[in-house]
Each structure stands twice: as structure tokens, then as C-alpha cells.
Design a protein around this ligand. Structure first.
Ligand SMILES: Nc1ncnc2c1ncn2[C@@H]1O[C@H](COP(=O)(O)OP(=O)(O)OP(=O)(O)O)[C@@H](O)[C@H]1O
Ligand SMILES: [Mg+2]
Length: 322
């Protein structure tokens, strides 16, 4: 863990940057869209692609997460965000993130999307304080975590549950021991309390504790392994959950199960989450807001409804073109 931890003092200056990237001149396609808008409807409404249509149908079918959130947290916009990246810059051998600002309020599910290598996992590591920014601040409950000591950072991390891309279970340990691991490491719970907690978390992720506790990860399906990963991530009852591609490599049914679980954590436990995902349909189901990373910057940060309605060329291409 400490291998990954960088010292802010070791940061390198990054090339000068401006503000939000300026929009280029309108393309022929954009001009055509303007024409199509003259009948009073947005171009995106006139020519929805299959994916965009599916997204809209899905949003219309059930109460969307952002609507649910607005109803259940009417005053939340006045409260200090639980997670805030404020004008963050980070580079390794080259700049990765430039002027990145996103926030997650209590009980929100922020989905972070973007092409491969744009810095999504890096952003999660900044929140976990496994990395520190070259410039800018990362705040949890309004407190800047950039200058925490190693011990303080460990303590801050106890309030966060991380679900890794590959589930990252310990192969030689049983499911029980995997979920119990963070409890043994970071709490003073006795054996009975640990077993009670492990059973509770496995049941929450819809696994039968009696059936799976003694099994090894290799005996489980990919979807079940992901669920065990979530049970382990939430074992400490964290108020923040971070997921790195929780549905990658899963079939559509298992993807739906994991998406519902993440929504369940939000709706029943009011957990604040950041979910990195490539699966745009599950993003639209579970996100209160979506952040899109493109070319080191936040290209969009808003609700799924706003994203689906956007005429921005990059967003439209990202959602399947039009
Ligand atoms: N410790 C590191 N040292 C040097 N470069 C790194 C390090 N970690 C990440 N990078 C680089 O930073 C960039 C962003 O990496 P990151 O893993 O955050 O991307 P990502 O958006 O999560 O991609 P993917 O969708 O493929 O998982 C990549 O070019 C990666 O090679
Ligand atoms: Mg990644």
C-alpha cells in the first residue's frame, strides 16, 4: 500500500493549463443538428440511437436514482460534500489529471466514466489517499486529506470500502475469511461478532452464508466473487464505497444484480459511492451524477438525464453516437 503512496513534496510541475477546454467551431454534423432543431425538438430527441433510446426507456420505466436522491435529500446541496476533488492536478511521467473538480454529497452515487487510461482508477486512489495530488485538494467531509500523516491516512481509509476491479479476493482463504479480513485487521470485534457481521454482509449481497462461507473464491462464479468483494468492502460499515469497474467481465444478468446491489447500498444505507464503470446502461441506472473524464479533464459532470439530453458531440459519441 505504501509503495503506491507518493509524497506531495515529490510532485513535479505540470505544463500550464487553461480552464475548460474551448469548444471548437461547429462541425458539419453539429450544423445539421441545429437545422433539425428548428422544429422545436432537440436533435438528440429526433435521432436517438439504440443505446440512447434504451437509456431513455430505462430512465422512464423506473424512478431514476437522481430523482430518488433529490426526493430523499432535499437540503443536501447546502451541506459540505462527503467527497470533494477541488481543482486537482496529478501527473506521473506525463500529466494525467488537470483541473479535475468533482464532489459527492451524502448518499450520492457518482459514476466516473471515460476511456481506458484517462485516470479513473487514479482518481479513486486519490480519494483513498493512496496518491496525493500535485496541486489542488482532496477533501473528505470538508477536511483536506492531502497532508495527513501515514497513520491519519490509514484511519481515514477505515471509513471507506474499496471494491477492486478483479474482486481481488485472497484465493487461498475461504469466503468467510475474505469478508472477515478487514474486521480482524481493523476492529476489536470478537469471533462471534465477526461471524455475525460476515453473515449479515453476505446476506445483504444476496448470498446464502451457510452455502458460501466455507467455499474458496475459485468455487464461485464471477458474479458471486464480485458480490463477495462488495461484502468485504462493506464489512466495516463504511460511509463511503469506492468501486473500480464492479461489473466488468460479467454477463448482463450478473451486471444487473451488481448494479441493483450498489443501488441498494445507496437507498437502504445512504452510503456515498464513487463507481468507475464502462457499462453505460448500469451507470444510467445507478448514478445520481455522472462524471466523464476525457483528455485529463472533466468533460461533463451532471445527472444522467442531463447527459442523455446533451448535444455535446463527445458525449453523444461516448453514448453510442447519433
Ligand atoms: N503508479 C503509476 N506510475 C506511472 N503511471 C501510472 C501509474 N498509475 C497509473 N499510471 C498511468 O496513468 C494513466 C491513468 O491510469 P488509470 O489506471 O487511472 O486509468 P483508468 O482510467 O483507470 O484506465 P482503465 O479504464 O484502463 O482501467 C495511465 O496512462 C497509466 O499508465
Ligand atoms: Mg482503471
Amino acid at each position: 500500500m505504501s509503495d503506491d503512496t507518493r509524497d506531495a513534496a515529490g510532485s513535479r510541475p505540470l505544463p500550464p493549463t487553461g480552464g475548460v477546454e474551448p469548444a471548437g467551431p461547429p462541425s458539419a454534423e453539429q450544423s445539421a443538428s441545429e437545422e433539425r432543431r428548428q422544429d422545436g425538438r432537440r436533435a438528440s430527441e429526433r435521432r436517438p440511437t439504440t443505446i440512447r433510446r434504451a437509456i431513455r426507456d430505462e430512465l422512464a420505466e423506473e424512478e431514476s436514482t437522481d430523482e430518488f436522491y433529490a426526493e430523499t435529500h432535499p437540503q443536501e446541496h447546502r451541506v459540505t460534500p462527503v467527497i470533494e476533488l477541488d481543482h486537482v492536478y496529478l501527473g506521473f511521467d506525463r500529466p494525467i489529471l488537470e483541473d479535475v473538480s468533482i464532489e459527492a454529497r451524502k448518499g450520492e452515487t457518482i459514476c466516473l466514466v471515460g476511456e481506458s487510461g484517462t485516470g479513473k482508477s487514479t482518481t479513486l486512489k486519490l480519494i483513498l489517499r493512496l496518491l496525493v495530488p500535485d496541486r489542488g485538494n482532496v477533501c473528505i467531509h470538508g477536511e483536506d486529506i492531502t497532508n495527513l500523516t501515514f497513520e491519519e491516512a490509514l484511519d481515514a481509509r477505515q471509513h471507506m470500502g474499496m471494491v477492486f476491479q478483479s474482486a481481488a479476493l485472497f484465493d487461498s482463504m475461504s469466503v468467510f475469511e475474505n469478508v472477515a479480513y478487514p474486521l480482524r485487521e481493523h476492529t476489536a470485534l470478537d469471533d462471534d461478532e465477526i461471524e455475525h457481521r460476515v453473515r449479515e454482509k453476505l446476506a445483504f449481497v444476496d448470498l446464502d452464508p451457510d452455502q458460501v462461507m466455507g467455499q474458496l473464491p475459485s468455487q464461485l462464479s464471477g458474479g458471486m466473487r464480485k458480490r463477495v468483494g462488495i461484502a468485504r468492502g462493506m464489512a466495516n460499515n463504511p460511509e463511503i464505497m469506492l468501486y473500480d469497474e464492479p461489473t466488468s467481465g460479467l454477463d448482463p444478468l450478473s451486471t444487473g444484480t451488481i448494479t441493483r446491489l450498489i443501488m441498494k447500498l445507496q437507498r437502504e444505507l445512504d452510503v456515498t459511492s464513487v463507481v468507475v464503470s464502462h457499462d453505460i446502461r448500469s451507470v444510467f441506472r445507478m448514478a445520481t451524477r455522472v462524471a466523464v473524464l476525457n483528455e485529463r479533464r472533466i468533460a461533463f459532470f451532471g445527472t444522467p438525464e442531463e447527459m442523455a439530453a446533451s448535444d455535446d458531440k463527445y458525449l453523444r459519441d461516448f453514448l453510442g453516437g447519433s
